[in-house]
Design a protein around this ligand. Structure first.
Ligand code: PEP
Length: 253
């Protein structure tokens, strides 16, 4: 089965209401029919509006950047998976390094959140990756294996896993302007695919979409996406500029 190629934008905590609306419209208008799957992961305040802007546009989808693990209740300030779903949201970023670092999200909590998202028929974009000190110590494979085992492999069946998109994001490359080289990205993606194969079998490994994230820009997207095990990107900073984001979505061709 051919793997889905995808470019997802992570707006993080950027864009007020009007600017977010304008950005979504600018990308939609410039993109035209897209051959790769495009996902906008916006702050909560934009979800419904962007969902209306993207309505009926083939291959462009809406995503969030987090969700609470419980369905509803007294959790002031939080947003649940059913609430996200009700806006038209189809994807949810989970496990981003900023959430792991600043909000202390654990492997166990991320497994619960993943369950909540899958339970609503939405698709997690599950992020993981090593910090600089681990990379310098040559421990990146060990770290990545633990992140995948503890949250996903331990808790999800092959059928559940088939709905999860993986995003390898070396922390040292996020928002730093420092990108993993195409060779570094390929080596890690190949390793990740081998772990998926060991756990869920060759067919699942072949059809798992593995995104690379970390300072992807128009200038480096083609080389990164040209690697055999890199199926697209999770884009932070460059997703905030419509022309850059659109150019990145074209980098496969
Ligand atoms: C991200 O936040 O997921 C990310 C990859 O950010 P940037 O592209 O800015 O490095």
């Amino acid at each position: 089965m051919a793997r889905i190629r995808m470019v997802a934008g992570n707006w993080k905590m950027n864009k007020n209401y009007e600017d977010g609306r304008d950005l979504a419209m600018a990308v939609r208008d410039a993109l035209g029919p897209s051959e790769v799957k495009v996902v906008f992961c916006t702050p909560y305040i934009h979800l419904k509006t962007v969902s209306i802007i993207l309505k009926d546009i083939l291959n462009i989808h809406l995503g969030a950047q987090n969700c609470h693990e419980k369905e509803s209740g007294a959790f002031t300030g939080e947003i649940s998976a059913p609430q996200l779903k009700s806006t038209g949201c189809e994807y949810v970023i989970l496990g981003h390094s900023e959430r792991r670092e600043y909000f202390k999200e654990s492997h166990e909590l991320l497994a619960e959140k993943t369950k909540a998202v899958l339970g609503q028929g939405m698709k997690p974009i599950f992020c993981f990756g090593e910090k600089l000190d681990s990379r310098e110590a040559g421990k990146q494979n060990q770290i990545v294996e633990k992140q995948l085992k503890e949250s996903l492999f331990k808790n999800f069946s092959k059928d559940e896993f088939a709905n999860i998109t993986l995003a390898y994001e070396p922390v040292w490359a996020i928002g730093t302007g420092k990108t993993a080289s195409p060779k570094q990205a390929q080596e890690m993606h190949q390793f990740i695919r081998s772990l998926v194969k060991k756990k869920y079998g060759a067919e699942t490994a072949d059809s798992t979409t593995i995104l690379y994230g970390g300072s992807v820009k128009p200038a480096n997207a083609k080389d990164l996406f040209g690697q055999p095990d890199v199926d697209g990107g999770l884009i932070g900073g460059a997703s905030l500029k419509a022309p850059d984001f659109v150019e990145i979505t074209k980098a496969f061709f």
